[in-house]
Design a protein around this ligand. Structure first.
Ligand code: 5GP
Length: 191
């Protein structure tokens, strides 16, 4: 295997910090990047597709995969909602001679970093403030009052982890944050 096979790019942040926008932008700029499709037990949103946004599955199937050690990492990201990166997904992407991009929560990112320390770049996307993050989540319109509160609470906690990652990007302006991400990822892919 050459080195590109073993690389992993992690984009992590509290929900609503803008990591998905930055991830999408990076994938347009660097065709070698391939989105790592996670397994998840939450329900698909209206515009989401099975095997594109997530591998949606029931709790039983997810638990079975945990027992079979099929996950590179998994987390209960929200109360009763499990998300995980399948080892088979990383292998699928490496076999295409591409670099998986993991858009995952902070704890999951820490796990992957620990397991694959050699060729991994982890980028933490920092929102300007919890207030801005709350406004972004509200305007996205995908959350109920309860799930919004859960995401905001979790975000405050996750923000304290920024120093655990290789790089932090402040997302006060999406264009500027994307440009910074392009520079970091460009260097990472070259080495
Ligand atoms: P959403 O429900 O909005 O799609 O995602 C909720 C959170 O779960 C986001 O922060 C997302 O990055 C995270 N997430 C998605 N996939 C995974 C995964 O495979 N592992 C972990 N640990 N978190 C994930």
């Amino acid at each position: 295997m050459n080195s590109i096979h073993q690389k992993i790019l992690i984009i992590t942040a509290p929900s609503g910090a803008g990591k998905t926008s930055i991830t999408r932008y990076l994938m347009k700029v660097f065709p070698v990047l391939e989105f790592s499709i996670s397994a998840a037990t939450r329900k698909a949103r209206e515009n989401e597709k099975e095997g594109v946004d997530y591998y949606f599955m029931g709790l039983e199937e997810f638990n079975h995969k945990i027992q079979q050690k099929e996950f590179a990492e998994w987390e209960m990201v929200y109360e009763g909602k499990y998300y995980g990166t399948l080892k088979s997904e990383l292998k699928r992407i490496w076999s295409l001679n591409k670099v998986p991009v993991l858009d995952i929560d902070v704890k999951g990112a820490l796990h992957i970093q620990r397991q694959y320390p050699e060729n991994t770049l982890s980028i933490f996307v920092q929102p300007p403030s919890v207030e801005v993050l709350k406004n972004r989540l509200q305007s996205r319109g995908t959350e109920t009052e309860e799930s919004l509160a859960a995401r905001v609470n979790k975000a405050s906690y996750e923000l304290s982890f920024n120093h655990h990652f290789d790089k932090t990007i402040l997302n006060d302006d999406l264009d500027r944050a994307c440009a910074e991400a392009v520079k970091l990822v460009g260097d990472f892919l070259q080495n």
